[in-house]
Design a protein around this ligand. Sequence first.
Ligand SMILES: NC(=O)c1ccc[n+]([C@@H]2O[C@H](COP(=O)([O-])OP(=O)(O)OC[C@H]3O[C@@H](n4cnc5c(N)ncnc54)[C@H](OP(=O)(O)O)[C@@H]3O)[C@@H](O)[C@H]2O)c1
Length: 278
Amino acid sequence: MILVTGASGTVGSEAARLLAAQHQPTRALVRDVSRAPRADIEIATGDFDRPDTLDAAMRGIETVILVSPAVPAQEIAVIASATRQGVRHIVKITSKASADSPVERRRGQAQIEAYLETSGLSYTLLRANAYMQNLLALAPMIKQSGGFLMSAGDGWVGMIDARDVATTAATVAASPGAHAGRTYWLTGPDLITYNDVAKELSDALGHPVEYRRTTPAEHQSAMIQAGVPETVATSNAQAFGLIAEGDAAWLSDNVVSLTDTAPRPLRTFINDHIAAFT
Ligand SMILES: NC(=O)c1ccc[n+]([C@@H]2O[C@H](COP(=O)([O-])OP(=O)(O)OC[C@H]3O[C@@H](n4cnc5c(N)ncnc54)[C@H](OP(=O)(O)O)[C@@H]3O)[C@@H](O)[C@H]2O)c1
């Protein structure tokens, strides 16, 4: 049986739905049962901060799709529980992790990966580029003011629809043996800039959407003013500044080679989420 953590979130909910559609025995871990994915699967309630609930959710599980906000202590607790409960394989969703990254959450991912490496469990790392779903956070500003603030300059991003991250995770989890010890780099089909985002949104909405350039420092302040927690705003602003410097300008064919399905382009993402922007 496969356990999907973070199953009320962006990647986890889609992975759980896909596994259910494939009739894979699946259990979804959520902390609030009202947010569980609507699919024909088992639901376990648990909290990353409560190891007893993790142990209960982990019983009888062979493979875990590990997705969460990636707080190191929490994911390490999930891996420790998996080890205790005899899980064989972990499919970990991660990013461009690095122990010396200026971005705190990338250092956190590196800490989790280091723990996973020493856990003795078999594992696969899915290292994803930025999610198209992040654009949904820009929707209120676009609706209100016809544009969005961004500090990514003209940096290219191999932006990926998180649904394709979920498809890849579900594919790997369904037959993990072939992917043990492997790291896959997941991207969308194209390198795009935030100019392309503005253009695609303008075309889809039928009115101009303006890309308002700002610096990472100003962007950080604006995000904090808009209610984004300071640590998240700081990491976001750092990541956007790195994008401007070319840090996200990478593409890979791993999604299509693993799933036999081409990753969705930005236009598809926008068309599928047009209601959020109107
Ligand atoms: N965003 C990007 O551009 C990007 C790019 C590359 C990699 N990633 C990686 O993707 C992962 C995040 O994936 P996502 O966007 O699918 O996450 P998400 O939508 O934020 O979902 C997080 C999930 O974790 C659950 N959760 C939070 N705290 C919990 C707790 N204490 N106990 C149990 N469950 C808890 C949430 O439950 P509730 O619904 O109850 O809150 C939710 O189901 C991270 O590892 C991140 O580094 C993101």
